[in-house]
Design a protein. Structure first.
Length: 485
């Protein structure tokens, strides 16, 4: 029903006025929650993903709540934040399908840099839903392809950009570098991004305090990449004995670089707890991966003992708040599992055990992390149970912690030993459930044997996208686009 106005127009009824007011109130409430989530990202996740200026983005939304470009980026950041930190879904009902739909539209018509960032945050969101799943990996590759189309992986691109634009894009490309290398190792994928750009450097920006620790993490992955270990593992054939000399040089170089990284990283006083967790966890995980690679090629790398690596890992974790560990998302769980796998392998090959720590003590600590991190990871627990069952005929002796371990400050106060575990981990979970979790795991954790396969050749569509003349054409079309700070 409508009311006729004096000038012949149609006046809205009181009911329509009420509906309009409700929509406006809902919109302001939604914006308020969105701004709150941006604040959580700034505090807890910006140190590891330093690619969105929250103050600038929030001001834009406050001045113009209908700014679709800013709103789209903010919603992608919020989706990733809620997923990474496992925040209550009732806090904000984000619409991932709508964000994905908007992402497709803006790729064609919008700013490709914002589109790149949205793709990255959608990767984070989906990686938290299904680690190593198709959508997660496709959005990561999509972000990398957009970076390549913009040529931000080439140093020559930066000469025409001002300082703030340069710093944003340098952070972006090296964050993609770190993310792709980590995903490649966790989910057995080849790498495609090989930037030749300079690292970002400190400016007078108010949030540049996160940069030194961000660069330490970049350096860890850069050292791992430059050692040649990816190529060594992917291009070797089944006759690993013929690769021993090459493997020895590569792995010993990598071990020296990790030791140097330890020495340079001792003074992490300027790092936030989130960054300390990221660096410490990654460094110990890399040691475990290095040990397993060396074992495969029959190389003995001095200074790496999986049980000792795991003990140091637990000691480092115990000094960090739970919130800093939760900020690592699912990668903490996968890296913990890989360290535990190295410990089990070392127990199987007792010649590798040089630590004075009991394997059962550190295994209980690692198991406790997998049981408690962000609610626990049942799939990885089932995998660890299965591996333990195959590795040791007497799990009762292997998995009973010592009395000292039960009181050791290995873990944060919120996570304590489960003293009810007196036999084996398999007693806690039925074999049928183990088999089901194994079947549900879409992309198993790192298996060095799988890294020996040769990557499939690119599809015709991929070749077309990455041919130089197609890149030039696309770059020419977008070179006039503005790049936000």
């Amino acid at each position: 029903m409508h009311l006729q106005s004096r000038d012949g127009g149609v006046e809205p009824t009181p009911e329509r006025h009420h509906e309009h007011d409700e929509e406006a109130n809902d919109g302001m409430e939604d914006l308020s929650i969105l701004l709150e989530l941006l604040g959580i990202y700034a505090t807890r996740l910006f140190p590891i993903w330093p690619i969105v200026d929250v103050a600038d983005l929030s001001n834009t939304l406050l001045l113009d709540p209908l700014n679709t470009k800013a709103r789209h980026l903010a919603e992608a950041v919020a989706l990733a934040t809620v997923a990474q930190l496992k925040l209550s879904p009732s806090m904000w009902k984000g619409n991932v399908e709508q964000v994905e739909h908007d992402a497709l539209r803006e790729t064609d018509t919008g700013d490709l840099v914002d589109s790149l960032r949205v793709s990255f945050f959608l990767h984070i969101y989906h990686e938290n839903q299904t680690a190593g799943g198709i959508k997660s990996l496709l959005y990561l590759r999509e972000a990398i392809t957009k970076a390549q189309l913009l040529r931000v992986d080439r140093e020559a691109t930066y000469s025409s950009l001002d300082g703030s634009d340069q710093q944003l894009l340098r952070r972006l490309i090296w964050l993609l570098f770190v993310t792709e290398r980590g995903v490649a190792m966790l989910h057995k994928l080849p790498v495609v991004l090989r930037p030749n750009t300079l690292f970002p450097w400190a400016t007078d920006h108010s949030r540049d305090e996160v940069l030194p620790s961000f660069l330490k993490l970049v350096h860890l992955f850069y050292v791992f990449d430059q050692s040649g270990i990816f190529e060594l593992l992917r291009n070797s054939d089944t006759d690993v004995s013929s690769m021993e000399a090459l493997a020895r040089g590569c792995l010993e170089l990598l071990q020296r670089k990790l030791v140097d990284s330890d020495r340079s990283g001792d003074g992490d006083g300027g790092s936030s707890d989130v960054q300390k967790a990221d660096i410490f966890v990654t460094r110990q995980w890399m040691r475990a991966v290095l040990w397993r690679a060396a074992k495969r090629f029959g190389v003995v790398v001095d200074g790496i003992d999986p049980v000792g690596v795991a003990g140091e890992f637990l000691a480092l974790v115990s000094r960090l708040p739970t919130t800093a560990l939760e900020s690592q998302g699912p990668t903490l769980e996968f890296k913990t599992y890989e360290i535990a796998t190295a410990v089990v392998d070392a127990v199987t090959d007792r010649r590798s055990l040089v630590s004075t720590s009991r394997p059962s003590d550190v295994l209980h600590g690692l198991y406790s992390i997998l049981s408690s991190s962000r609610g626990g990871n049942k799939t990885l627990l089932a995998l660890l149970n299965s591996k333990l069952a195959m590795a040791s005929p007497d799990l009762r002796l292997l998995l009973r912690p010592s009395p000292a371990a039960l009181s050791a400050p290995f873990l944060p106060e919120q996570v304590q030993w489960d003293t009810s575990i007196s036999t084996s981990f398999l007693d806690m979970i039925g074999q049928e459930e183990v088999d089901q979790h194994l079947a549900d795991l879409s992309w198993p954790p790192l298996d060095l044997g799988n890294l020996l396969r040769t990557p499939s050749p690119p599809s015709p569509m991929t070749q077309m996208l990455l041919e130089p003349h197609h890149q030039d054409q696309y770059h020419h079309q977008h070179q006039q686009s503005s790049i936000p700070g």
